[in-house]
Design a protein around this ligand. Structure first.
Ligand code: GN1
Ligand code: MG
Length: 559
């Protein structure tokens, strides 16, 4: 054989047969078209076994694409109703699946038969030049939904078809951010990021929290609404590691009762209704002056705080308020560490951030970037700062420390005790805050650390700026795909002429701002509006909603 000859093709027939045989147990429902969107696949749990099976195949390919690095699979539907479920893939650095692969996930998920699935899988491997026989590694977990165990079986059936060359690590029932952490830690060959287990996460987080609280504890007891979801488990686990330093008062922690997950509780409920969950109100825990409370969503990657001003009036402390609190605190630490010329702190928001928060951050000379909706966009923009604070108004977010910033911190030789403390606190913050993805628990600890250092209660935190009155309206339209946007989703490019009409409506109200975009997770168009007063924002939101409905109806009538 000449050395120039290509290696003979390896025969994978047996593997394909095993995949096809296993796939027969997970037929695709005939009447559904699946799409991998902002939040992965998400729909009724009972529709999903075939999808999860196909995700198993894609996870293996994705891992092979990275020479066998671990890929994560998370089975969850976050804040959705209990009957829903979903699945997301996690890339080797603990980030969301790269966007170009979303289409491949959609292709595999929509294959109508095992034969079609195998053909599409083969074709994909060829197109991407991936060696089907190479080793791969998949880490997976699920939240507490009743449909999750069946879905995990479908995933395992797909992975088992590969035999020994795919190694698997089922970390069990846990939160989305812990799964992201474990993926990142598994792939971190330096071993510096942390031990790749749930316990490794809890210990690392607890150690950083203790360092940061120092002798400022014990803190005031904190009511935490766990949305009757998996956050209740991780909170209880975590509490064991910190003793009475921060006593939690967990609420909505029923994991085995039917129908309660996310029902009238959780971060999404609080943010959309702008009110306390009834269970939190009834607990009376917020009635003491200045006590704060927090809500997680169903998979604990979203956090919202609140309190009752004067013991009465509900006040929301959302993702924007958390971003401001974190950015200003970190900015002050960088100043005290005498590193302002080396470390730039920036904030990343979406168009849904309240205009007052953006103005306030800019007034403090902190740069702000606006990106499209969806955590992956914010995450990537945050990587452009040395320390990037990113939050969606709804409470998804985290703070990213660049490798350079960490190196700068570690090699700084402090000239005063205060500088030394500031450097150490910044390093501890990078360990407290989940570097892979937004994490309700680690964000909660971040908030508690800042409040403890500042000696603040909720009211002082809230005092920085006043939110402009705002409205978020869901508009159902015949076809949301006719709506296209530009400028980080703040302007419509189609339907033609629509943006000009929105601009006109905006000009009619004081401090008006409004934008329209198709949802990436629901079959609707979202209208956002803010203005100087509550009545002005009602007028603006109604006007824009009307403009959108009219345009959508016109487009449907004249396709
Ligand atoms: C206005 C809003 O809150 N949109 C949410 C929602 O996206 P939409 O594309 O707007 O449906 O779900 C996303 C995934 O959870 C989340 O990242 C985003 O912030
Ligand atoms: Mg979530």
């Amino acid at each position: 054989m000449s050395s120039a000859a290509a290696a003979p093709p390896v025969d994978h027939t047996q593997l394909f047969d095993r995949i096809a045989a296993a796939a027969k147990n997970y037929p695709k429902p005939a009447d559904v078209k699946f799409g991998y969107g902002t939040a992965g696949f998400r729909t009724l749990g009972k529709r999903l076994p075939s999808v999860i099976f196909s995700v198993g195949l894609l996870a293996v390919l994705r891992s092979q694409r990275f020479n066998g690095k671990a890929i994560g699979v998370m089975v969850t539907a976050s804040h959705n109703p209990e009957a829903d479920n979903g699945v997301k893939l996690v890339d080797p650095a603990g980030e969301m699946l790269e966007q170009s692969w979303e289409a491949y996930a959609t292709t595999l998920a929509n294959c109508a038969s095992p034969e079609e699935l195998v053909a599409a899988y083969k074709q994909l491997a060829e197109q991407l030049h991936i060696n089907i026989g190479a080793p791969a590694s998949v880490v997976y977990a699920a939240d507490t939904r009743p449909s999750s165990p069946e879905l995990i079986k479908a995933l395992e059936a797909a992975l088992a078809a590969f035999g020994d060359h795919v190694s698997t690590n089922n970390i069990g029932v846990t939160t989305t951010p812990i799964l992201h952490y474990v993926v990142k830690a598994t792939n971190d060959t330096t071993g510096e990021y942390g031990v790749p287990t749930i316990e490794g996460y809890q210990k690392k987080t607890a150690a950083a929290f203790k360092t940061l609280i120092g002798n400022r504890g014990p803190l005031k007891p904190l009511p935490v609404d766990c949305a009757n979801g998996v956050g209740a488990l991780s909170l209880a686990d975590f509490a064991k590691h910190i003793g009475d330093l921060l006593p939690f008062k967990p609420l909505n922690t029923q994991l085995n009762k039917e129908g309660v997950l996310n029902y009238q509780c959780g971060a999404d409920y609080v943010k959309t209704k702008q009110q306390l969950p009834p269970s939190v109100a009834e607990s009376g825990l917020l009635n003491q002056p200045d006590n704060r409370g927090a809500s997680f969503d169903g998979d604990a990657d979203r956090l919202i705080y609140y309190y009752l001003k004067g013991g009465k009036t509900f006040r929301l402390l959302d993702g924007d308020k958390i971003a401001v609190l974190a950015a200003l605190f970190i900015g002050d630490l960088v100043t005290r560490a005498k590193l302002t010329d080396k470390i730039q702190v920036g904030v990343v928001q979406t168009a849904y951030a309240n205009g007052s928060s953006t103005k306030f951050i800019k007034s403090r000379n902190i740069p702000v970037t606006c990106t499209a909706t969806g955590v992956k966009h914010l995450h990537h923009a945050a990587l452009n700062y040395d320390i990037g604070v990113y939050f969606e108004a709804n409470g998804h977010g985290t703070v990213l420390f660049s490798d350079d910033a960490l190196e700068t911190l570690k090699k700084t030789e402090p000239e005063s005790p205060d500088q030394d403390r500031a450097v150490k606190h910044l390093i501890a913050l990078s360990e407290l805050i989940n570097q892979a993805v937004g994490d309700a628990l680690s964000d909660l600890l971040l908030v508690e650390v800042v409040l403890a250092h500042r000696g603040w209660g909720a009211e002082e935190w809230d005092a920085g700026y006043e939110d402009l009155p705002n409205r978020l309206v869901k508009v159902e339209v015949p076809d949301r795909h006719i709506f296209h946007t530009t400028d980080a989703e703040r302007k419509l490019t189609s339907p033609a002429g629509l943006q000009a009409r929105i601009d006109e409506a905006v000009l009619k109200v004081e401090q008006g701002r409004s934008f329209v975009r198709p949802s990436g997770t629901e079959d609707c168009v979202r209208v956002y509006a803010e203005a100087a007063t509550s009545s002005a924002v009602d007028t603006l939101a109604a006007a824009v909603t009307d403009i959108v409905k009219t345009a959508a109806a016109e487009a449907a009538a004249h396709p």
